[in-house]
Structure formats: structure tokens, C-alpha cells
Design a binder for this molecule. Structure first.
Ligand SMILES: *[C@@H]1O[C@H](CO)[C@@H](O)[C@H](O)[C@H]1NC(C)=O
Ligand SMILES: *[C@@H]1O[C@H](CO)[C@@H](O)[C@H](O)[C@H]1NC(C)=O
Ligand SMILES: *[C@@H]1O[C@H](CO)[C@@H](O)[C@H](O)[C@H]1NC(C)=O
Ligand SMILES: *[C@@H]1O[C@H](CO)[C@@H](O)[C@H](O)[C@H]1NC(C)=O
Ligand SMILES: *[C@@H]1O[C@H](CO)[C@@H](O)[C@H](O)[C@H]1NC(C)=O
Ligand SMILES: *[C@@H]1O[C@H](CO)[C@@H](O)[C@H](O)[C@H]1NC(C)=O
Ligand SMILES: *[C@@H]1O[C@H](CO)[C@@H](O)[C@H](O)[C@H]1NC(C)=O
Length: 828
């Protein structure tokens, strides 16, 4: 029968309806299929067909593409705004190369474009291995006439292009837009796009309102979008030519599926799935999680510093000091001296900033011309030189007020801002004074030190006396009043931080008697206490005075108290009275990691499984601090005594955010005050005061090696050489005997590969140059994916340095001195 009428059509139709799924990835002209049939890409990764969401019976029917053999994860929807409501759909490829979706009523619900296909060729629909659905010529000429990669929904797959086609005629813009909800793929509020084509930036919007913005491109990344640059899992690319302008990413490890999604709630997220081993999608990064990236948070000329606080650029002052006092920054800043077009205006260079919004690109202007052109145009407020198209440096200018700035302690851009003559003059004067100030400040610093030592003695004398009186008469009153007030938090009314008063703390901690003292660090001593309601607390009494005002300090502490993660110690409240600043933490009965890992008897309890659990927990906590929390925090004093263990051996990082509380000067990428501990400090930080998340990564690497070996890095001794623990590990690694470093009390031979992997990751973390060290997200991925290829480590920084011998011996009997945190001034 087949051979009599229309052999091709009938045979293929029969074939289609007999199979439950085409074991094929192509559809030929005149073929069609209905719900229940699908196309599967030849690598078995993607599937194209009908699907419905929610509960099947009432569900609307959509045509789309999802991952084959995974829980339904839709990556593309054809008819996202026109669901089929009568639960019958049929999709068919016409002779002229048009794909049409019919509902029962036989109206075309959706169709591909009708303009491009040239007659005379034979069209075919194919689902490619990349997840791209194409209609192409089946003849020798494989020209693609239509592809789903040109019509983005909410997902960016590897190699999808986000951006513009600039061919003559079609000026098409490809961007992703969120679903309305997880059960409704129709267009939601949020979008992520690359625009405008004249000066491209990456923007997350709600409707037409900008929420987050990164850009323009500076030659290596979109300005401010450090998390949007390449990682060991993917490589991002920005391509511009006369016909195309786009952002895309490529996978570096083909066994990991990845997708980049704008969620129905506006989060821009990157998910991974390891083939044959994952059980669910793993959220690797949320790109728009830094509150400092919130669009125009600090208003004109305001710059967002270290996560959430705003400051005016130097030469500017809050437009409304009252609003700024109330933490409402959006009014921004105004100039101290108004510019006066053409009459003595000049430019001042600012470093480490994110480029402001609304850039204008001036073609054909080089460095010097750029400044001259900007100076001439009275509304030009700043200029910079940047490789905005990735094909050579351009003059970029900003017309009008500078909006959406952010400070980057490490990196960032140079930008030249127009300043009035009076401002330029005062800067020049300051420079002249600078050298004298240096000497004066050293003298002053010594004076202040002496004075404050006196003051501390005096205050503690007063407190001791006051307490003596009060214990007699008012200890009852203190207990009854509950003894704490609440600080109002302007930004998030749901959160309240207990503000304990001094009496409560003194009572809880026995007036800080030595018996209650449980630790000592660079920032101060830690005391155990018990509140009147029986709750056990640990109180950290900060020795240094914060450089911030009391309100700002409280605000800072509130922000930090909001960070909650199972691998971070919980901050319960604070006490700020007079000279005293104290932080109140949950008390953890198990001690810190240093109490376990260095001594043979206690080390024995730490099986490899426990050690591995601890390593991963620390990595998770640190990843949260660096990247996933609303604040982005660099710990700066990570060491084993700052890792506390709960009863189930879960590690909890303590002391995080303290560097922030001190309000240390983060304008520069370096600090003059070096906070850290010998043996854990990265070379660039210890020697130059440069710090970044990579300094924490270094400390993490040291901790991992200490956990594996049970040895102290700085106190390591070996009869054959004078290397420290890092140097020893590096030497063994090069001799291909990495396991020799493993603590001999660990007796679980089957974990050998895992141990080697941890040593490998640790060696990558302690490499000398920060740019070689992986970020915590990568470290965590390296620890989690056993098949991920790791690069070869280079030589660690600080291979030989050990603690000065003199101190080493004198301190051997007192564990507190061993752990003293260094607070020094870096020479500069
Ligand atoms: C789907 O069905 C289950 C039980 O069959 C029910 O519990 C659930 O609420 C339903 N969900 C929706 C969105 O209707
Ligand atoms: C087909 O082309 C015509 C003429 O250009 C246009 O009006 C129509 O909207 C197109 N149809 C589709 C589905 O794009
Ligand atoms: C394929 O055909 C199209 C249209 O006919 C033509 O523009 C293109 O140059 C051809 N490509 C090749 C490789 O022959
Ligand atoms: C660089 O890219 C831009 C934007 O695509 C284009 O206009 C310009 O001609 C290119 N310049 C060079 C030198 O290729
Ligand atoms: C996953 O498992 C299948 C079947 O066991 C195998 O054919 C395939 O190569 C595996 N893929 C990877 C990336 O390991
Ligand atoms: C830049 O210079 C080139 C060559 O000199 C010229 O063709 C082009 O029109 C100039 N572009 C602008 C915007 O002036
Ligand atoms: C300043 O430059 C901008 C952008 O090139 C232009 O639109 C504006 O007209 C210029 N203003 C003056 C006064 O030249």
C-alpha cells in the first residue's frame, strides 16, 4: 500500500504514529507529531516536544525543549505566551520550511518566521546537540534559515548569544526574560540583556526599570561584573563586529550541564548538573546578590563601599546629610566646589571604581584628545579610556551626573572626573603637606597609644568600682529589666538586633574575670558568659576603637548579624557603651579546631571522614561570606582557632566581618593596618597590605594542609630541610608522594584519592600569586566534583618562612601567645 500513493508521506506518518518517540533528531517536510512524541538530540541530551506544567489534567500545553532524562527542566518554549488550552497540539513542518503549531481548533498557535527560506531547497527541522532547534537546508548547502537560539526565553545555554544582530534590515535584540512563575512560562517582569548597542552593558531590569548593571566592557570583563567573568567551569566571551554584538559563555568541562537563568523573582543564576552523578541542579552563583550592585544605590557621585555602605567620592559631600544620617543614600552627593565650565576646570583621577551608567563612546579620540573633548563640552563630567568593543581602546565619556558607582578594593577602573579649580588647588595643597603629615602622624600615633593605654586603665578601674557598688544594690533590677533594648533597623523592619547593656554583660561574664576567659585574638579577648535566662554566650571584647560613628557601627553589626549560615557562628547582639564595643555570639561547647588537630591524642578522634566534612564545611562558609551572602566579606584572619566545632563536628567560622566593623579604609586596595596571623597570611597581604578574597583562599589552603597533616604551618620542623609545611607539601607533591604528608593517625586507606585531591586543591589555594589561586566557588566545585580536571599548582608563596625561633620556644607552653594575631603597620 505504501508504494501506491504518496509513498514518502504515508510511510513516514505510519512510522511516526507507531513509535512513542522518534528515535531521531529530525523532522522532514510534511511530517508532523502530536503530544507524546518527541525529538531527541543525537547526544541524548535535549528533547523537543510538548510538555505541561503543574498537574497534568488542567495543565496548559506548551511546545518546548528540555533536558532528556532529567527531571523536567525546560530551556526553551515556543509558545510561551500562547499556551494550548484544549490539550491537543500538533506541530508540523511545511514544504516551505515553516514550522507551525496547531491547536485542536486548527488555528496556528505559533509559527516560525515566513520570510527567509529560499525556494528550491529542501528544508529539515533538527534538534542539535547544543539544544539549538534549527530549520536548515537538507541539501549539500546546510544554510540555517531559522534557529531557536535566535529566540531566547529565560535560559541562556552555552553558546547562546545575548545581544544584537546588526545586519542591514534586521536590528534584532536577543535577551532573556523571566517566566511569570515556576509554573507559568509566559513573559514575567525581569529581563537580562546586553544594551544599548552603541555602548553595551549587561543589565537586569524589572519592566523598563534598571535593577543591576555591569559595564561597559573594559577589555577583560564588564566593569563591575567580576562574577560574570570566566571560571574553570565556563568561559565568557564578548564579541563585537559590524554585524553582531553579543555576550556568551562556553563550557570548559563537557560532562557538566550548565544553564544561566533569570528566575521569576529576578535572580540571575548559574546552575550545573554533573552528568551521571548529580541528583538535583546545583546553584553555583547568583550574579546579582551583592547589595552594592543595586542600581544607583548611592545616588549621583555616591559610591558603594564594601558591600552596603555609601560614601561620597572625595571632593563631594552628601546632598542631604540628614537623609544620609538615616541611611537613605539615593539622593547622592554634590560637589564641594561647583564646576565652572572652561574656567580652570580640570580632571582628577579616581581609581578602583565601577564605570558609571550612561556612557557615550567617542570614536577616533585617543587619550589626550579625549580629555580635551570632554573639557570643551560643559556637560561632560568624566571620561575614561576603555576597550568597550574588545577591539581597541576608545574614549568613553559621561554626560551629566555620574550614577551607579561602586568601589573595588581590588581592581576596578580608572576614571577622570571633572573638578572645579578650587578643588584642584586644595588637592595640590594637600599633596604638599603630605610629607610633613607623615612624620607628625607617627608622633601622634605614639602619643595616642600612650594616652589610650592610660584611658583603658582608667576606664577599667571605673568599671570595676562601679560594678562593686552595683552588685550590692541593683543586680536584681538588671535581671528583671531583661537588660536589652532593640536597635531599629531602617532597611529591614523584620530584623532586630539585641543591644545588650554593659551591666548585663558584666554580670554574665563575672566582670570579665580570668576564669571566664576562653580565648584571645588580635581583636580582643573572648569570655564565656551566661545570661540571666540561662543562655550561654561568648562575648568578644574588642580592644581597638572602631573608626566609625556609633550609629554606623550599629548598622554594620546589624548587617553582619543578618548573615546566617550553618557554617558561620551566630552573632546574637552587641554592646556599645563608651569605649567598650563587645560582640555577643552563640556559645559552642566544642572547642575550636586548633584544640583538636595539633595534638596526637585528640587528633586520633578526627577520622578522615570528619576531616573532609570539616574542610568542606569551611569552604561552604567561606563561599557564603565571599559570594552568596548579601554582604561580601573578606575574613582576613582565617585560622584554625577561628573555626569552632559544634557537637556534630560541623565547622563554624567565627570572627567574620570584624575587619568591617572597624571600618578599615577600603578606599584603596591596600590597607595600612595588617590584621592577620603568621603562617596564614598570604604573601601580598603580609608584605604589601594588599588583600582580597584571594588572601582568604590562601589562608584556607593553609588550614586544609594543617587539617590533613595535623601540623602547624609556622611551627613545622623536619630534620632534612628547613621548609615550612607548605614547602614540605610542595616538595612531596613534586616527588609524587603527596600522601606522605597525611597525619599517620589517619588509617582509612580507601580514601587515598580524596586526600590527594584535597592536597591538590590546598596547593592551588596557597600559590604565590593571587591571580593563580582559584576563587572559593571554584574551590568548592573542585572539592565536590571528583572528575573535575584540576590545573597543576605552582610554587606556594612563603615556602620557607617559619615563625621566629626565639618566640617559638618561649611561647611553647602558652597556647594563647601562639595564636596571637598580628596587627601591624605596613611600611609604605
Ligand atoms: C497537584 O496535585 C496534588 C495531588 O494530586 C495536589 O496535592 C497539589 O496541590 C496539586 N497542585 C496544583 C498546583 O494543583
Ligand atoms: C509573514 O510575513 C508577512 C509579510 O512580511 C508578515 O506580515 C507576517 O507577520 C509574517 N508572519 C510571521 C508569523 O512572522
Ligand atoms: C547556500 O545557499 C544560500 C542561499 O541560496 C547562499 O546564500 C549561500 O551562499 C550558500 N552557501 C554555500 C556554502 O554554498
Ligand atoms: C570595533 O567594534 C566596533 C563595534 O562593533 C566597530 O564599530 C568598529 O569598527 C571596530 N573597530 C575595529 C578597528 O575593528
Ligand atoms: C553516563 O552514563 C552512560 C551510561 O552508563 C554512559 O554511556 C556515559 O558515557 C556516561 N557519561 C559520562 C559523562 O560519564
Ligand atoms: C573615524 O575615522 C575613520 C577613518 O579616519 C572615519 O572613516 C570615521 O568616519 C571616523 N568616525 C567618526 C565617528 O568620526
Ligand atoms: C556634549 O557631548 C554630547 C555627547 O556627544 C552631545 O550630545 C552634546 O550635544 C554635547 N554638548 C555640547 C554643549 O557640545
Amino acid at each position: 500500500m505504501c508504494t501506491i500513493i504518496h509513498p514518502l508521506i504515508l510511510c513516514s506518518l505510519l512510522f511516526l504514529y507507531l513509535q512513542t518517540s522518534f528515535s531521531t533528531d529530525t523532522l522532514k517536510p510534511h511530517q508532523s507529531f502530536v503530544d507524546g512524541f518527541t525529538l531527541i538530540s543525537s547526544n541524548q541530551r535535549f528533547e523537543f516536544g510538548f510538555f505541561s506544567l503543574g498537574n497534568g489534567s488542567s495543565g496548559d500545553l506548551y511546545l518546548g525543549i528540555w533536558y532528556h532524562d532529567l527531571p523536567l527542566t525546560v530551556v526553551w518554549v515556543a509558545n510561551r505566551n500562547n499556551p494550548i488550552r484544549d490539550s491537543f497540539g500538533e506541530v508540523s513542518l511545511k514544504e516551505n520550511g515553516v514550522l507551525i503549531l496547531y491547536a485542536r481548533s486548527s488555528d496556528a498557535v505559533w509559527t516560525t518566521d515566513n520570510t527567509t527560506f529560499t525556494s528550491g531547497s529542501s528544508p529539515v527541522l533538527q534538534l542539535l546537540d547544543s539544544g539549538n532547534l534549527v530549520i536548515r537546508d537538507d541539501g549539500r548547502n546546510k544554510t540555517v534559515f531559522w534557529e531557536s537560539f535566535d529566540f531566547l526565553t529565560d535560559t541562556l545555554l552555552p553558546n547562546m548569544k545575548l545581544g544584537w544582530k546588526l545586519d542591514v534590515g534586521s536590528h534584532s535584540h536577543r535577551y532573556i526574560r523571566s517566566w511569570k512563575s515556576s509554573e507559568d512560562p509566559s513573559e514575567g517582569d525581569y529581563s537580562f540583556s546586553l544594551d544599548p548597542p552603541e555602548a553595551p552593558q549587561l543589565v537586569v531590569r524589572s519592566g523598563s526599570r534598571k535593577l543591576f548593571r555591569w559595564g561597559p566592557y573594559d577589555g577583560t570583563s564588564f566593569s563591575g561584573g567580576t562574577t560574570l567573568t570566566s571560571s574553570p567551569l565556563f568561559q565568557t566571551l564578548f564579541v563585537s563586529s559590524s554585524i553582531e554584538l553579543y555576550f556568551k559563555y562556553e563550557l570548559l568541562d563537557e560532562s557538566i550541564l550548565s544553564r544561566f537563568v533569570i528566575s521569576p523573582t529576578g535572580l540571575l543564576q548559574y546552575f550545573t548538573w554533573k552528568v551521571n552523578s548529580s541528583k538535583e541542579w546545583n546553584l553555583l552563583v547568583t550574579f546579582n546578590s551583592d547589595p552594592c550592585d543595586i542600581y544607583a544605590k548611592c545616588g549621583p557621585y555616591g559610591s558603594c563601599y564594601s558591600l552596603s555602605s555609601c560614601r561620597c567620592l572625595s571632593g563631594f559631600t552628601p546632598d542631604s546629610p540628614r537623609d544620609w544620617g538615616l541611611f537613605s543614600y539615593s539622593g547622592g552627593c554634590k560637589r564641594k566646589h561647583e564646576v565652572n565650565c572652561g574656567h580652570g576646570d580640570g580632571f582628577v583621577k579616581y581609581n578602583a571604581l565601577k564605570f558609571p551608567d550612561n556612557p557615550v563612546v567617542w570614536e577616533n579620540y585617543t587619550n589626550h584628545d579625549c580629555e580635551a573633548k570632554c573639557l570643551k563640552n560643559c556637560s561632560c563630567m568624566a571620561y575614561a579610556n576603555a576597550d568597550v568593543y574588545g577591539n581597541g581602546s576608545r574614549c568613553v565619556a559621561w554626560i551629566g551626573d555620574l550614577l551607579d558607582l561602586k568601589n573595588f578594593p581590588n581592581g576596578g577602573e580608572q576614571i577622570y572626573i571633572r573638578m572645579a579649580h578650587a578643588e584642584l588647588k586644595s588637592i595640590a595643597d594637600d599633596k604638599r603637606k603630605h610629607s610633613t603629615v607623615k612624620i607628625v602622624s607617627v608622633v601622634t600615633a605614639i602619643g595616642v597609644l600612650l594616652l589610650s593605654a592610660g584611658a583603658i586603665w582608667y576606664i577599667s578601674w571605673i568599671i570595676r568600682n562601679r560594678r562593686k557598688d552595683q552588685i550590692g544594690r541593683s543586680s536584681n533590677a538588671a535581671q528583671q529589666s531583661g537588660s536589652f533594648q532593640y536597635v531599629e533597623d531602617n532597611q529591614d523592619s523584620g530584623f532586630q538586633l539585641p543591644l545588650y547593656d554593659l551591666e548585663t554583660i558584666l554580670l554574665a561574664c563575672n566582670s570579665f574575670s580570668d576564669r571566664n576567659k576562653i580565648g584571645q585574638g588580635g581583636f580582643g579577648s573572648v569570655y564565656k558568659g551566661e545570661l540571666s535566662n540561662g543562655q550561654e554566650i561568648a562575648v568578644k571584647r574588642l580592644v581597638e576603637k572602631s573608626m566609625q560613628g556609633v550609629e554606623e557601627l550599629k548598622n554594620e553589626i546589624i548587617l553582619i548579624a543578618k548573615l546566617q549560615h550553618r557554617n558561620l557562628v551566630k552573632l546574637l547582639g552587641c554592646c556599645i557603651e563608651g569605649e567598650e564595643t563587645m560582640l555577643v555570639y552563640e556559645y559552642l561547647p566544642n572547642k575550636s579546631l586548633n584544640n583538636f588537630i595539633y595534638d596526637k591524642p585528640t587528633r586520633k578522634q578526627l577520622t578522615w571522614r570528619k576531616r573532609y566534612h570539616i574542610i568542606k564545611g569551611i569552604a561552604r562558609g567561606l563561599l557564603y561570606l565571599h559570594q552568596d551572602s548579601r554582604l561580601r566579606i573578606i575574613h582576613r584572619d582565617l585560622k584554625t582557632s577561628n573555626i569552632l566545632l559544634d557537637s556534630e563536628w560541623n565547622p563554624k567560622i567565627s570572627d567574620f566581618g570584624i575587619a568591617r566593623i572597624f571600618g578599615t579604609d577600603q578606599i584603596q586596595e591596600m590597607t595600612k593596618r595588617i590584621i592577620g596571623t603568621y603562617g596564614y597570611m598570604s604573601p601580598e597581604y603580609a608584605m604589601n597590605g594588599h588583600y582580597s578574597v584571594k588572601s582568604d583562599v590562601y589562608s584556607f589552603g593553609v588550614i586544609v594542609l594543617e587539617i590533613i597533616s595535623g601540623q602547624k604551618n609556622w611551627a613545622f620542623h623536619h630534620s632534612d630541610h628547613d621548609l615550612n609545611l607548605l614547602g614540605h607539601a610542595w616538595m612531596l607533591w613534586n616527588r609524587r608522594q603527596p600522601l606522605e604528608i597525611l597525619d599517620p593517625t589517619v588509617v582509612e586507606p580507601s580514601y587515598g584519592n580524596q586526600v590527594i585531591r584535597c592536597i591538590h586543591v590546598a596547593l592551588l589555594c596557597v600559590q604565590q600569586y593571587p591571580e593563580d589561586r582559584p576563587k572559593m566557588s571554584t574551590v568548592y566545585a573542585m572539592l565536590s566534583y571528583e572528575n573535575m580536571e584540576l590545573p597543576e599548582p605552582k610554587e606556594p608563596g612563603f615556602c620557607r618562612e617559619s615563625y621566629p625561633k626565639k618566640l617559638d620556644t618561649s611561647a611553647s607552653d602558652s597556647s594563647t601567645i601562639n595564636e596571637v594575631t598580628m596587627t601591624t603597620m605596613a611600611g609604605r
